[in-house]
Design a protein around this ligand. Structure first.
Ligand code: ARG
Length: 587
């Protein structure tokens, strides 16, 4: 349990006391980072907002606020600017005090917001028989980071891949395999044992699926076969079940390799098929209770609300041929998850193009009383784009495989690493391992920084660069700090005591770390942590250029600066850990 009070919370508390004394509304007692750092560290704009109701000029209110605040030794300087902005410069003693509290806090000021509640993170979501492609990258990287951020904030986390393993694609596959090899035992159920190994290799499977899907689209006869197989599978045909099982296992093997490559950890590799027995009873119940209604033979749930700005079509629960749908499995899955003790939140990290689907599912769940009390969040994201600004494609115009994309980034990183480690005693294996850490870290950082809803351009040369807003820049900052601290040997590390402006800027950024993580968790935006880390690393470079550390002659100043380096190192390493980015030993 942390009793850490953040600098922002402390300043807001002081402001609140002053606003109360002056009879001003409490919600306006807020400080934010100053737009003009030369005037102060923080600014409070509350006087402007309070002026109308108080029927006083904002400047006069600001003067009152400033007068009372200047009696508080938390502030070294309080001034009023423009029409009524109150600028605050935090006293160095307070910065030192908060930094000391942060150094003592194993959580580095990250608040315990989860208080042991359970959050399910639904991310990844690959479909059987389809290799992971560029579209899965963001779900995996964002999902993994959100899992770590929730964990840091005191949530119990459960990451679930929610595999797409129970739809029409399974029938398409079995029908295609039957055409190729009609004699396979799966299609002649004589009660004998069925092979556990798939009748195809993973490479064949990955070719087979697009072929089968294209054939079904082109030929209604093929589609009818696929539908018939899907229905038979879902009705429990033992041969088709055995075939399905083996194909699922085969494609999962390849997918798990990609998860590992990305350092993504799942607590469960559950899928749509895990709720297959729950779908029928759920649909029947929703129909009987009147939540769902018949419409042209299909079963739907109306989810439109009067205040909707855009049309919200009904959720399709069951088609007229009785087949259950994507939304139906999501409802059944939520019902199953709702039995997990302490479940308070489910976060679906899925392409923003599925926003309508999730809006429908969440509303239908509300109407049906499924998972009531559980907060449901669709954390959508924009597309990964090519240099032309359109969704990323391979040179041949096809969907880019995730593993090819990562290999490409690692290859480019290897060129960079070769330059940076030239002349260093480093064997090829360590160099390859380093290139992997840098290449994957680069991809992850590019994917995580900024707003998740906007797409970004996958420009591999730019994202593996050691300079600029990149993952490697941050990794390098950590490596440099480690080596600096190693060089310090057993030189005394003292309490942080900021003096110089560049040094104060670093401390202020460190002190904002806990708030940044909390905001990232509340807004489902790992980018807030990424951007905070980048900003801190930049401030640190400025400080390091401006202030001597190891070469500082005054022993107590040197100790304080080493203390600051130590704190920055911890914050940056923790940031990268929350983003799922490795810190190399050297670079
Ligand atoms: N398999 C789905 C797809 O490829 C993604 C699954 C997302 N998660 C969910 N609970 N719907 O589009």
């Amino acid at each position: 349990m942390t009793s850490f009070q953040s600098l922002a919370a402390l300043v807001d508390a002081r402001l609140a006391a002053v606003f109360a004394t002056l009879g001003l509304p409490a919600h306006l007692a807020r400080a934010q980072t100053s737009d003009r750092p030369e005037l102060g560290d923080l600014q409070c704009n509350g006087a402007l907002a309070a002026a109308r109701d108080a029927r006083r000029p904002p400047r006069a209110i600001a003067d009152d606020v400033a007068r009372l605040l200047s009696e508080d030794d938390a502030f070294a300087e309080v001034s009023v600017a423009g029409p009524g902005f109150v600028n605050l410069r935090i006293a160095n003693a307070l910065l030192a005090d908060r930094a000391a509290a942060m150094v003592d806090d194993a959580q580095l000021g990250i608040p315990d917001e989860g208080r042991g509640r359970l959050v399910v993170l639904d991310f990844g979501g690959p479909n059987v028989a389809k290799p992971l492609h560029v579209g899965h990258l963001r779900s995996l990287v964002l999902g993994e980071s959100l899992r770590r951020i929730h964990g840091a904030l005191g949530w119990r986390t459960h990451g679930d891949a929610h595999l797409g393993d129970w739809g029409l694609q399974m029938g398409m596959l079995s029908a295609a395999i039957r055409r190729r090899s009609p004699d396979l035992p799966y299609f002649h159920d004589d009660g004998g044992a069925l092979p556990a190994n798939a009748p195809v290799t993973v490479e064949e499977l990955e070719k087979l699926y697009p072929e089968a899907a294209a054939a079904c689209r082109a030929d209604p006869g093929r589609m009818a076969e696929a539908r018939a197989d899907t229905a038979a599978l879902q009705a429990g045909d033992p041969g088709l079940l055995a075939l399905w099982q083996s194909l699922r296992a085969l494609s999962l093997q390849a997918q798990v390799r990609d998860f590992d490559e990305l350092g993504v950890v799942f607590d469960a590799l559950d899928g749509e098929s895990d709720v297959r027995d729950a779908v029928g009873p759920l649909v029947a119940r929703l129909e009987a209770s009147g939540v769902a209604r018949r419409s042209e033979g299909a079963l739907v749930i109306d989810v439109a609300e009067p205040e909707d700005a855009t049309a919200m079509p009904p959720l399709l629960l069951e088609k007229s041929d009785g087949a259950a749908l994507y939304a139906t499995t999501d409802l059944a899955t939520l019902e199953a998850r709702a039995t997990m003790p302490g479940l308070a939140r489910v976060v679906y990290v899925v392409d923003q193009r599925q926003a309508l689907h999730f809006a429908q599912v969440f509303r239908a769940a509300g109407k049906a009383g499924i998972g009531s009390g559980v907060e449901l969040v669709h954390a959508g994201f924009g597309t990964v784009n090519g240099l032309d600004g359109k969704p990323f494609k391979t040179r041949a115009g096809g969907v880019a495989r995730l593993s090819d994309l990562l290999d490409d980034a690692v290859a480019r990183a290897e060129e960079r690493v070769r330059e940076s480690t030239e002349g260093a005693a480093m064997d090829e294996r360590s160099r390859a391992a380093l290139a992997r850490q840098v290449g994957i870290g680069a991809v992850k950082f590019a994917d995580l920084s900024g707003d998740r809803l906007s797409g970004y351009v996958f420009d591999v040369d730019r994202l593996v660069a050691f300079e600029g807003r990149t993952g490697p820049y941050l990794q390098y900052a950590c490596v440099r700090l480690r080596s600096l601290l190693a060089k310090a040997g057993d030189a005394t590390i003292g309490p942080v005591a900021p003096e110089a402006d560049s040094e104060r800027a670093v401390v202020l950024s460190c002190l904002g770390f806990g708030d940044a993580v909390a905001a990232a968790g509340r807004q489902y935006q790992p980018g807030i942590v990424a951007d905070h880390a980048f900003d801190l690393a930049q401030r640190f470079s400025r400080f390091y250029a401006d202030c001597a550390v190891l070469a500082e002659p005054d022993a107590s100043v040197r100790a304080a600066r080493l203390g600051l380096c130590m704190l920055v190192r911890r914050v940056l390493e923790r940031s990268l850990d929350l983003l799922g980015i490795d810190v190399p030993e050297r670079m």
